[in-house]
Design a protein around this ligand. Structure first.
Ligand SMILES: *[C@@H]1O[C@H](CO)[C@@H](O)[C@H](O)[C@H]1NC(C)=O
Ligand SMILES: *[C@@H]1O[C@H](CO)[C@@H](O)[C@H](O)[C@H]1NC(C)=O
Ligand SMILES: *[C@@H]1O[C@H](CO)[C@@H](O)[C@H](O)[C@H]1NC(C)=O
Ligand SMILES: *[C@@H]1O[C@H](CO)[C@@H](O)[C@H](O)[C@H]1NC(C)=O
Length: 618
């Protein structure tokens, strides 16, 4: 549930008489496709929830804590926190809070009219082009003295993911939410003949091409029992067992008959009633490459999240990975996340809180546009990624496939709304969260060999990248981003307001890997697939094998990698990508360049170099 903590409305009602009401949150524009249709009925019941502010979750505190265990120069590198220590450190508002008793009360349903007077707002019904309806307000207020203790109230200004809820199996676009089916890989063509030779990697990417490109040779992992690699999929997206075998027959005979370890979350099921590229493309791509690249010796865990009725989003995964997130760290929002137990009698009748021990590396190829979500919602979730980092977990996200535009190539308008004709860049979340590692896409250039430098991906998809509108720049990337801006964006080539030019906002992605021409078995045949969807699990596989080497030496997993990979020593272990752009929103986007760039990040991994450095690291 949303806030681990819920404020009783009664508390607010009482408080309102004690202090002036101040605006707590405001939306500047409606999300794309929505319009206001009427006032909400006065007697309609609103399930109001209040998310309380957690201590110690400001970005600076989180960054300091993470640097202590993740910065290569820290004497405490690798001294990750136990889940209990994380829960204790971030426990919301402890004992001495004057309103503790009332704050502890759970969510209360209130008639609209009462909710409106409590929050000094007006609720309206909005309708999406698809016919879906949603109840929201434009802004709301809280008593001044309550404001410091409340982070988020729902339902209020947040929108969007209601589209991903029920009925998601019936429509193409909502398959495998979150992110409205958007960081989905793209299928462009069937394959008649698979090329197994390395001189065709410009036309077809296979596991052998990736191994050659990234110096990624690690055939015999040793610490497979202690090690783990999690791939995340959202129901109804599902892998097809026969496709894994078809792929294995061609590329990894040791994996014929092998399946990922299923870790079902909130009723997650590998459904086999709907079969098409939309339903199977992402899962098949992720698992075929992840399982092959980490070798048949290392099991891969599949986090299959959400039942068939409700679906799920990132917060549902986080609930299962960290029980304190369900109960006191943020939890779920009825608009954006699946709410379990599922009210649908056919759905999952429990909520999975802290049921899964997180894998050492977790790769996800789904994403939202920042603008789909409120700053408070993204901040809460981003803090949770930081907590997983403290626990030693590496979180990898694909950075999006539309360059500087968002999912479905939507861009922002100056008022913050999204449209296809917008000219303002539309960053991708969670890649813009400073506590995840965002992965962009590269390509082997046409007619080039694996020995030639790659470019930013320029075919079918473009690497998601740019500057966050929500998150400030973390310390680890300040120097390299300042250099990029000085050398490439001074003066800015675009009109003011096109993107955050300050140099003080989070730049993404962090790194990249090939995202073009993947040979993928889907629904009984091989096709060519494109996307940062491919890049993320490939990077995750390399990091998993680095963990293997460290675990075999009695060292800790690499955990949150960003402070390490941006350090001068590790930066040299990436192949700098200096050509290609990430167009979108009527522009050519940004250009890859020497050093860091918001197209391909630091570049693609050189596994052998990274392994050598990480083995020596404490
Ligand atoms: C490889 O893929 C093809 C389909 O392209 C399939 O016919 C064949 O059985 C697979 N296995 C091997 C070993 O070639
Ligand atoms: C489809 O999935 C169900 C539920 O997981 C399983 O019992 C059944 O064997 C599967 N059918 C096929 C043809 O794979
Ligand atoms: C690649 O080589 C083919 C055959 O030599 C040629 O027709 C094509 O124009 C080349 N493409 C590029 C992008 O250089
Ligand atoms: C740019 O980002 C920084 C850091 O997040 C923020 O303080 C600033 O207000 C942003 N500038 C604009 C014009 O949005």
């Amino acid at each position: 549930m949303l806030a681990l903590f819920s404020l009783a409305l009664a508390a607010v009602a009482t408080a309102q008489t004690l202090s002036p009401s101040v605006q707590h949150a405001k939306r500047t524009a409606l999300p794309a496709g929505w319009s206001r249709v009427r006032r909400h009925a006065p007697d309609a019941v609103l399930p109001l929830r209040f998310g309380l502010t957690q201590p110690n979750v400001d970005m600076k505190s989180l960054e300091d804590l993470l640097n202590d265990v993740s910065h290569p120069d820290s004497p405490n590198y690798g001294d990750h926190w136990s889940p209990a220590r994380v829960a204790e450190h971030f426990a919301p508002t402890k004992g001495n809070h004057p309103h503790r008793r009332v704050l502890d009360l759970r969510q209360r349903c209130r008639p609209r009219s009462q909710a409106e007077s409590l929050l000094n707002t007006e609720y309206h019904v909005y309708e999406h082009d698809s016919g879906k309806e949603h109840v929201a307000c434009d802004a709301y207020h809280l008593p001044a003295h309550v404001v410091p203790h409340v982070e988020i109230v729902t339902p209020t200004i947040d929108f969007n993911a209601i589209l991903k809820r029920s009925g998601s199996t019936s429509t193409h676009i909502t398959v495998g939410q979150p992110g409205a089916g958007t960081v989905q890989p793209v299928l462009a063509g069937k394959i008649e003949n698979i090329f197994h030779e390395l001189d065709n990697c410009d036309k077809q990417i296979t596991p052998a091409c990736l191994r050659a490109l990234y110096n990624f040779v690690y055939p015999f992992p040793l610490a497979t029992k202690q090690n783990s690699y999690g791939i995340v999929e959202y129901t109804p997206q599902a892998y097809v067992p026969a496709d894994l075998d078809l792929f294995a027959k061609n590329f990894s005979s040791g994996l014929v008959g092998a399946r990922p370890i299923l870790a079902a979350i909130d009723g997650g099921v590998v459904q086999n009633t709907s079969e098409s590229f939309s339903f199977n493309g992402e899962s098949n791509l992720d698992l075929e490459y992840a399982m092959t690249l980490v070798t048949p010796h290392q099991p891969v865990t599949l986090y299959q999240v959400g039942d068939l009725q409700m679906g799920a989003s990132f917060n549902n995964l986080l609930d299962a990975l960290d029980g304190s997130f369900c109960t006191s760290g943020g939890g779920d929002d009825p608009v954006n996340d699946g709410i379990y137990p599922d009210p649908d009698p056919a759905g999952y009748q429990k909520q999975d809180c802290g049921t899964i021990k997180p894998a050492n590396v977790i790769s996800t190829s789904y994403g939202y546009n920042e603008a789909d979500l409120s700053p408070a919602y993204t901040a809460r979730q981003c803090a949770e990624y930081a907590k997983l980092g403290l626990m030693g977990v590496t979180i990898v996200y694909s950075s999006g496939d539309n360059g500087v535009a968002g999912n479905q190539a939507l861009c922002l308008n100056p008022d913050g709304s999204q449209s296809f004709s917008g000219n303002v860049f539309n960053p991708s979340f969670p890649s813009t969260c400073p506590f995840v590692t965002g992965v962009g896409a590269t390509q082997v250039n046409p007619n080039a060999t694996i020995h030639d430098p790659e470019s930013a991906c320029q075919q079918v998809i473009h690497s998601g990248g740019g500057f966050s509108n929500y998150f400030a720049i973390p310390g680890y990337q300040q120097g390299v981003v300042a250099d990029y801006i000085k050398d490439n964006l001074t003066p800015s080539p675009y009109p003011p307001g096109t993107y955050n030019t300050s140099g003080t906002s989070r730049a993404y992605p962090d790194i990249s890997a090939n995202g073009a021409n993947y040979v993928v078995a889907v629904d009984g045949q091989f096709g060519l697939v494109y996307g940062t969807s491919a890049s993320a699990p490939v990077v995750g596989s390399m990091l998993t094998m680095i963990n293997d080497a460290r675990l075999a030496l009695g060292k800790k997993p690499i955990g949150f990698i960003n402070p390490t990979i941006y350090s001068p020593a590790f930066r040299g272990a990436f192949n700098d990508i200096t050509t290609g752009t990430n167009p979108g929103c009527g522009t050519k986007g940004f250009s890859a360049a020497k050093g860091y760039d918001p197209v391909t990040g630091l570049g693609t991994p050189n596994f052998a170099k990274l392994l050598a450095l990480w083995i020596l690291q404490k």
